[in-house]
Ligand binder design. Sequence first.
Ligand code: GLC
Length: 544
Amino acid sequence: MQHETATAEWWRTAVVYQVYIRSFADGNGDGLGDIAGLRARLPYLHQLGIDAIWINPWYPSPQIDAGYDVSDYRAIEPAYGTTDEAELLIAEAHDLGIKVVLDIVPNHTSWEHPWFEAALAGDAQARARYLFRPGKGVDGELPPNDWESIFGGPAWTRSTAPDGTPGDWYLHLFAPAQPDLDWSNPEVVAEFEDVLRFWFDKGVDGFRIDVAHGLAKHPELPDAGPRTGRKDRNDHPGWDQDGVHEIYRGWRRVADEYADRVFVAEAWVESNERLARYLRPDELHTAFQFDFLQAPFVASVMKQTIDDARAAADAVGAPATWVLSNHDVVRHATRYARSQPEHAVSSIWEQSRWHEGAPDLALGLRRARAAALLTLGLPGTAYVYQGEELGLPEVEDLPAEVRQDPAIAQSGGAQIGRDGCRVPLPWSGETAPFGFSPEGAPEPWLPLPDSWAPYTAEAQEADPDSTLSLYRRALELRSKWLVGEGFEWVPSPEGTLAFARGDVQVWLNTSGAPVAVPGELLLGSDPAAEAGTLPSDAAAWVRV
Ligand code: GLC
């Protein structure tokens, strides 16, 4: 049975759940999450009350960057399942009223993609789809320019010519296993529009666009100077170049051949003004609001971030897109578990930690629950990263030998890597791996901490005060009370923020002391709070 879903621009208000597939649920018993595991858990997602899922790359890949190195854009990674299973998943999700958003990786392919293999073998047509350039220096022994890879070190690797001699260099903004495509080549443009159609024809509802601001490069590839923060400034000739927008106008035309399809951009650009350019009416529908994710748990900073994001999105008629965590950043329950700076942290990925010292995980969880009510109370789209509904913290003590992020080695150890937010989900039982894999399976690809028994979905199901129950209740109330785009700040004491959406007000207190709140409590992040009072590090939805 096809559920009734509000199809008219569903993406303006949707709550989208990010499925990091290798860590969601292992159905076939090999220690790695897969489509079978996801299909089996669709009822859980349905019960949670989300509108859509975004699945991280599930295509064939040597998995050097956890699937962001794609070797075939039109197939399924065998470790995850088959195309038949993917089609079943899409149908079953749709039956439950859940839309399916895939992840497309257009900035680079895998070095095992047939195009790149042909390029290395000397095929001139294939080479012209990538960015090969002669090196500098006497014998071309130096990279063609000074660009740095996001994962550390130069963004260039020297290739070996088919005759075995050192050849030209190729550009990779990420790992050497991820050669950048040349988007000024019409063959690249045509290929990706065809890939979009391939999945749209299978019923997929949209795409998250990986590194959406990287595709167009300055044609001369000039030197750039050193990289500063996590955000990529458009004065760097490799990022956020104006030529990128023509690509997305083409993609939008493809999406508009179908009904109700949506794009969400991952674009770490410098400002909301730059971000809004991606959201013009003939380009992309939505883009992650990363300022919000980089904001500390400080009401004044969060308020400023919300205002700025909303103003920029409004100016182009797009909804703001809120996100607190994803597979690239430290989980917010841990980010909030240490003392908070008074400003946005712009180098979250590189630095990985806001402060040294032991985290206060109880405090972090309290704040994470409050931040969830803030986020889900805002107008616009919200993303939930798998496990945040369980209140999962970052796993900070993963031993070096199990860590797999290519950024660790490539940065010479300067980056701690992103494995700590990618640990498999705990589903049930008292001992690791907590139902992630069927009985008898080998160890999961990353170990689950033994201390995670209280975090399992099973343990939280029955507890009305659990984080899982909070998310379920919030999503249920959101669809009833927090509809429409209405939004108005409400005067509130220092260290707090409050806004009204119709009859409902959303309050957040980061002041360190309790404050009085008006109205009747609909939902509070602190189960122990008494009526009329909002403790610090808590949020509440009240009906006034
Ligand atoms: C995006 C992905 C990240 C990946 C990178 C390269 O930032 O979210 O996980 O490593 O792109 O594809």
